[in-house]
Design a protein around this ligand. Structure first.
Ligand code: ASP
Length: 221
């Protein structure tokens, strides 16, 4: 059903900002906790926030980049599957084929983010940076982590357009390699762990503090 909807509807797309002195970054939204609010009746988090609202909630974003926002879908990441990730990969490649877009941020539910990020890492043709991010606390909680995570992801793209890292998962400022990243538990914003080689880096004050140099990326022919 989700795949059919993606095929049958043109993704809503919108440019926010037109400052010729700033780089342009694409933000492709797919759903997950970052785009959810608590449902008053059930107490559970449900999809509620559109792509452009997500971007509007990020203070300071317009000072660092023009944003091309694409509402790809709005689903819990348990509904993701290889076909949807393949479509997402094509969408990201087509956006990054535009010479003015320097990189992309994909917002995604955290439950299957590691798998989705790896799937895009091996299928994307682009060499431009692609950063997956999301949130552990939903948009109606007292401490939503989504807006800061989006800001840090865009800062990472702007600071390192030639990182050679392929797809990363970046939450709570820590940058993980898509090949080895794992979600380790369900409540802590520092849930993603990078595996034995450690984190690739850390986003601080709009800069990337790199802990690891370029990695050997695996890509499908
Ligand atoms: N259930 C959510 C999802 O993976 C969890 C999250 O986004 O943190 O879509």
């Amino acid at each position: 059903k989700v795949l059919q909807k993606i095929h049958n509807t043109t993704a809503k797309q919108q440019r926010v900002g037109a400052d010729p002195d700033l780089p342009t970054v694409a933000i492709i939204t797919t759903g997950g906790t970052i785009a959810e609010k608590e449902d008053a009746k059930t107490g559970g988090a449900v999809p509620a926030v559109s792509g452009s609202k997500l971007v509007d909630a990020v203070d300071g974003l317009q000072d660092i980049a023009n944003i091309e926002v694409v509402n790809f879908c709005n689903i819990d990441s348990s509904q993701m599957n290889p076909q949807i990730w393949a479509e997402l990969s094509k969408k990201v490649d087509s956006l990054l084929a535009q010479s003015d877009i320097i990189g992309a941020v994909v917002t995604h539910g955290t439950d299957t983010m590691a798998t989705g990020a790896y799937m895009l890492d091996v299928t994307l043709k682009t060499e431009k940076p692609v950063v997956f991010t999301g949130a552990m606390n939903d948009a109606s909680s007292i401490d939503p982590d989504g807006p800061a995570n989006i800001l840090h992801a865009v800062q990472q793209v702007c600071a390192q357009p030639d990182s050679g890292w392929g797809v990363t998962v970046t939450l709570n400022r820590y940058i993980s390699n898509a090949q080895t990243v794992r979600k380790t538990q369900t409540t802590n914003p520092q849930t993603f762990r990078s595996g034995p080689a450690g984190y690739l880096g850390y986003v601080f004050n709009g800069r990337v503090i790199a802990y690891n140099a370029a990695i050997q990326r695996q890509q499908l022919p």
